[in-house]
Design a protein around this ligand. Sequence first.
Ligand SMILES: [Zn+2]
Length: 298
Amino acid sequence: MKQIQKLLILTIVLMLGQATACAGGLRIVASLPALGQIAQGVAGEFAEVKVLAHVGQDPHFVPPKPTLARHLARADLLIAAGLGLETGWLPPLVDASRNDAIRPGGNGYLDGRSVLAEVLGKPQGKITRELGDIHPEGNPHWWMDPLNGVRLAQVIAERLSRLDPAHADAYRQRATNFAGEIHAHMHDWQTSLQAMSPLVAYHDSYLYLAQRFALHVSGFVEPKPGIEPSTSHLDALVDHIQQAHIQGVWLEPYHDSSIARKLCEVAHTPCRLMPDAVKGEGFAAYIDMFDLLAKGGE
Ligand SMILES: [Zn+2]
């Protein structure tokens, strides 16, 4: 009997210990679903990951609700795309959270600048956000290159190792395993994606994806990032789609699908819904996104 009592007490002590480890674990907030999925893959059971935007939501314009500021108030680490993508909504939320640790430059903040070897799509000449260009710091859609996803995992693993040295080996091992999984898919993704090139994109969302897989994005539905097309722009685009043998128009769930569908119908080319995140957990969901893109989306 005494043995059983001892065992029971031991079990309870172990369970309490685990509960404490969980409650005291790291809290990560990601601005966007794909970034949160990679963070979840690296952190596993050692952190709680919250994501501010949901799958299918426009990452340039997320309604800044008080709940989101509350997530940020408790965060040890904020992961954002950066490069101005979340300028319209994330800084006010960080201000409202009163959490100085997650401000840019702090130990609790990381974005594309810590990940990218090179920022693509920097506008030449005068910066013109006033004139409608919503990407004056360069193109922020960098997680659409799977190898940038791999770099993000490595950067997160290093940052978590600093915040929580006890689990450093696990974080680094997971980032390494993820790199292996991504590399195992690259050839198949490239073959499938290249069959859909050249293409026209609604918004300049696929620059990094196109560079990685040698796809040709030869026109945009938006005349400038964030600007809706005029009728004359769409007329010119129809001619271009036909003359350049465009293999489809790519759009994301938050774009005006009626404009895109009409364009595809008139120009006799497929419209492909090519999302920047899919539902799911961890690394598997990020990999699923590229599987979906390689199938032509939806
Ligand atoms: Zn954009």
